[in-house]
Ligand binder design. Sequence first.
Ligand code: FES
Ligand code: FES
Length: 147
Amino acid sequence: MKVKFKLNGKEIEVEIEDGELLIDTLRNRLKIKSVKHGCGIGECGTCTVLLDLKPVCSCLLLTKSVENRSITTVEGIDCEKLKESFATHGAVQCGFCTPGMLLSAYSLLIENKNPSKEEIKERISGNLCRCTGYNQIIEAIENVCKN
Ligand code: FES
Ligand code: FES
């Protein structure tokens, strides 16, 4: 079957299997490898994408369910400040969680330019990071809000 959706602002059409998951369409057919395959069961957040600008786990979503909707991956967000802040605060170590983390943070910042620490923690609570202990990530997001 064919499905049409907007990917990073461009209308696309892709041939998929009926029960295909969005993570597999993005990684295997559309070659977007920034969407990482972690747990596969909705617990780690490494596969996060934005669906109509809200973070979702692409390992839990059927590709056919995003017909006519908008999907954003880290390649599609305009967030140089956020990326720089992650780099300067040591919020990127192995980098496996980083695309999903950036997308969750970005989705919060477009809703709320000055979130509290609690709101930041809440928004990234679905994105696991094995390396940083989270403080650097939270500081990196807070720093963007201050500047
Ligand atoms: S791979 Fe999707 S939540 Fe872990
Ligand atoms: S930087 Fe390694 S998992 Fe987050």
